[in-house]
Design a protein around this ligand. Structure first.
Ligand code: ZN
Ligand code: ZN
Length: 339
């Protein structure tokens, strides 16, 4: 099979290799499409200096083409999406129902070979059957949609409430889309006019457009108070925007940090305490409920996450696709194996 492997920081190598074989409890998936995620871009730039080359990519859609021992062979041919985060189910976090922060978590495309390939191996119960009524683009975006849905479900806001979304990358756009579908009012802040337009066309209300950081913060602060924003979702993933999210949150509201910045953010504890702001985080989704709920909503036609897909590349163009994704202009790049 052909696979695209991360050999060092910023460098992908295409290689022909033997097809992987499914072990006990595993299935082999012939991939049709793989979405490129912000975390793939991060890994692409950082490289994995201490490790062997790895095939990255975790947002995979395909068909089961072979089953390992202890798996129902009748699954062969099933159209599936991959749930790439595999909690161990035995550590203290997993046992307390918080497998999303499992200390021994395996991640397809991060700790083991992933989906920028023609075939990938996944555990049987992490290959989710997808009905033909769901389009390829909606199916290949179920993973980021599960991230967005889980953040909304973990927040204290309810339909009818007003929320603020900071940063309209794939996750920010999906939170906006899902929240609007559920009947929330959604305010958005984003530098890119194109991405703001996508959100506004869906029914979101833009705030602080075209202003610099200090001015934006003040304007948003004011708007958040006037609009009684209940929850602020930080999806931009920089230290600055995390600081801004905490600063603009109005009295009695909460901030949910989902943008994964490795840079420090700052806040004034007294302001936070006096305003009674709750700061929490949301990492990925729970297994199995995250995928279950997301697939249900897509199947019912309540959400259509595929709208974020903005560009396609072939597997052979993986290097170029990751470079394009790094520019941050596309809301979702998808690698199509058939091209
Ligand atoms: Zn992802
Ligand atoms: Zn665990």
């Amino acid at each position: 099979m052909l696979r695209a492997t991360l050999v060092k920081s910023g460098s992908i190598r295409l290689e022909e290799t033997l097809n992987p074989e499914p072990g006990r409890g595993e299935v082999r998936v012939r991939l049709a499409m793989t979405g490129i995620c912000g975390s793939d871009v991060h890994l692409f730039h950082k490289g994995r200096p201490e490790h062997d080359p790895l095939t990255i990519g975790h947002e995979g859609l395909g068909r089961i083409d072979k089953t390992g021992p202890d798996v129902n062979p009748g699954r062969t041919g099933e159209r599936i999406v991959i749930e790439p985060n595999i909690p161990c189910m035995t550590c203290p976090e997993c046992l307390s129902g918080r497998g999303n922060i499992c200390r021994n978590k395996r991640i397809i495309g991060v700790t083991e070979n992933g989906c920028l390939a023609e075939y990938v191996i996944v555990p049987d119960s992490f290959a989710w059957s997808i009905p033909d009524s769901i389009s390829d683009t909606d199916a290949v975006t179920i993973e980021p949609a599960a991230v967005a849905l889980s953040a909304i479900n973990r927040s204290g806001a309810s339909p009818g409430d007003t929320i603020l979304v900071i940063g309209l990358g794939a996750i920010g756009l999906l939170i906006t889309h899902i929240a609007l579908a559920f009947g929330y009012r959604v305010l958005v802040v984003e530098i890119s006019e194109n991405k703001t337009k996508i959100a506004v066309d869906m029914g979101a209300i833009p705030v602080g457009k075209g202003l610099n950081h200090e001015e934006v913060a003040e304007r948003i602060c004011q708007t958040c108070q006037e609009e009684s924003v209940k929850s602020v979702f930080e999806c931009a993933g920089s230290g600055k925007t995390a600081s801004m999210a905490i600063k603009v949150a109005p009295r009695g509201s909460e901030v949910i940090l989902l943008g994964l910045s490795d840079k420090p953010a700052s806040f004034i504890p007294m302001d936070l305490a006096k305003k009674g702001i709750l700061v929490s985080t949301s990492l990925i989704y729970d297994h199995p409920s995250g995928y279950e709920k997301t697939i249900f909503l897509v199947q019912q036609g309540i959400i259509h996450p595929g709208f974020i897909v903005s560009r396609y590349f072939s597997l052979k163009e993986s290097q170029k696709a990751l470079e394009e994704a790094s520019k941050g202009k596309e809301s979702k790049i998808v690698i199509s194996m058939q091209q």
